[in-house]
Design a protein around this ligand. Structure first.
Ligand code: ZN
Length: 166
């Protein structure tokens, strides 16, 4: 399910709590980085309230991506956590939020802010030693079929370059 802030009219009376998950196919995060691919469901625990002329939604977002370390090329779970996420939705003016059936779809706002949090060079951790310069079998170095036919004994670094250019 996408996240909808519902019953906007009732927000005048009291804030509402929203919690649950958004499935990857609902969130549709299209990572521009080939090192950051599919994700698990995003978890959210939010509170929506009405201010004078806007809605404020804030709370906790967490999502785990399948990432590849840009230094050692190992796959690792990349956890993106926004413990104090906040989203202002103006109710007036040019930026006015679209309210349909007394409900606002928060999914695009969540998607945008998660995308902004994605690291430029995902790293599996501070202790990452990078690519090891000893011969390895093809399959243990790269997750995908990136080998060029006729290529002779490529070093891990040239493979890393190919991978980044992809
Ligand atoms: Zn690493």
């Amino acid at each position: 399910m996408a996240i909808h802030l519902k019953n906007i009219a009732k927000l005048d009376e009291e804030p509402v709590k929203l919690s649950g998950t958004i499935l990857p196919e609902e969130l549709e995060i299209d990572s521009p980085d080939p090192l950051i691919r599919g994700s698990q469901a995003l978890e959210y625990d939010l509170t929506g309230e009405k201010l004078e002329d806007s809605l404020l939604v804030r709370g906790y977002l967490e999502i785990v991506f399948d990432a590849t370390c840009s230094r050692c090329l190992k796959s690792f779970p990349l956890r993106i956590c926004l413990p104090d996420w906040a989203c202002y939705l103006p109710l007036t003016g040019d930026e006015k939020v679209a309210i349909e059936c007394d409900s606002v779809d928060l999914t695009p706002y969540v998607r945008e802010d998660v995308l902004l949090e994605l690291p430029q060079h995902p790293s599996c951790g501070d202790k990452c030693k990078g690519v090891e310069f000893r011969p390895k079998s093809e399959s243990s170095v790269l997750p995908g079929p990136l080998k060029e036919p006729g290529e002779s004994d490529p070093s891990a670094w040239s493979k890393l370059d190919q991978f980044k250019l992809k």
